[in-house]
Design a protein. Structure first.
Length: 317
């Protein structure tokens, strides 16, 4: 049986191996035909030569990543073990920096490689599409970047919008004033903002119009300039709504459009404005498109399994 011995240099074994050797256990799952033993600052692997070569390559990638970011987690390990090139799991160190200091000293930064790619894309482009399933941090990362831009005085206002499709954008039949009617649809945006801006200051910003949260129907006829604008749940826009929104862009504006093409709530035979825009605009210079996946899910670990289970039956249909 062939043997491979890897020595960790300038890397703390405890941090690299993970709590209770969790990272090593994950490696064993991906290389079930190898016997892998971690002791001290050494990792020994036994098995066929071809598998040991592959293991050696992946371990070098993991060590290089750890040396750069000083951390490893399940998402990173999975991505590195299944990637064809470093582009799939590596980004500039700058994109992993703290975006904003949130309420109670919470440090808000991109947690995964694709979230970091989203940060990079928004810094390079004035219009960015962030596409991926629930829980991948599309909206949260976007709101953090909007708050950062406001704090740095790069924009004068933040505008957050989403199609109130569950009510067919026809909010008249709901009880209460306009704000009370809209709040249930805008709740995820409020939740993100409350993590990043103290309560009183947030109320003041909303009162003064520095932060505006409104349904997509209210964007019609406006020119959105000096603003960081986020369209959330973009998969639920129609062709006309998407075109209307995209043409609202004014001077010194950043537009971020988020959505999950697999979660369209529009009536049957209505084309999703987001799906159409992704095709129509894919080769337009200055527009970025970032795709997040189940490896970017940072909610409860069961969410990742739920997404995978549904993906398997949707792919069968």
């Amino acid at each position: 049986m062939n043997e491979l011995i890897l020595e960790l240099e300038e890397i703390t074994p405890k941090e690299f191996f993970g709590a209770q050797n969790a990272n090593i256990e994950l490696l064993k799952k991906y290389f079930p035909k190898l016997k892998i033993v971690a002791r001290g600052n050494k990792i020994k692997a036994y098995g066929d030569e071809d598998l040991l070569e592959e293991f050696d390559t992946r371990m070098m990638m993991l060590m290089k990543h750890f040396g750069k970011y000083n951390k490893l987690d399940e998402n990173v390990i999975e991505r590195i073990l299944t990637s064809n090139s470093s582009e799939d799991y590596s980004t500039s160190a700058k994109s992993g920096e703290v975006i904003v200091h949130g309420v109670g000293g919470k440090l808000i930064k991109a947690q995964t490689v694709n979230q970091r790619k989203l940060v990079e894309s928004i810094r390079k482009n004035d219009m960015v599409f962030a596409i991926g399933p629930a829980g991948t941090g599309k909206t949260y990362t976007g709101v953090a970047l909007a708050v950062q831009a406001l704090k740095n005085k790069e924009v004068k206002r933040i505008i957050l919008t989403r199609p109130a499709v569950e009510a067919g954008e026809n909010l008249g039949f709901l009880p209460g004033d306009l704000k009370e009617k809209l709040d249930p649809y805008m709740q995820p945006l409020y939740d993100a903002l409350r993590d990043m801006i103290p309560h009183e200051k947030l109320d003041s910003y909303i009162e003064k119009g520095v932060i505006q949260i409104a349904p997509l129907a209210f964007m019609r006829g406006r020119t959105l300039d000096n603003a960081f604008v986020i369209l959330d749940e973009g998969q639920n826009t129609t062709h006309a709504q998407m075109k209307m929104f995209l043409t609202r862009m004014g001077k010194n504006a950043k537009f971020l459009l988020t959505g999950d093409p697999g979660q369209v709530d529009l009536p049957r035979r209505t084309i999703s404005g987001l799906k159409e825009a992704l095709l129509v605009l894919k080769n337009v210079e200055g527009i970025g498109m970032v795709y997040l996946d189940d490896k970017d899910v940072i909610r409860h670990k069961l969410v990742k399994k739920v997404i995978a289970a549904y993906k398997s039956i949707e792919n069968r249909d």
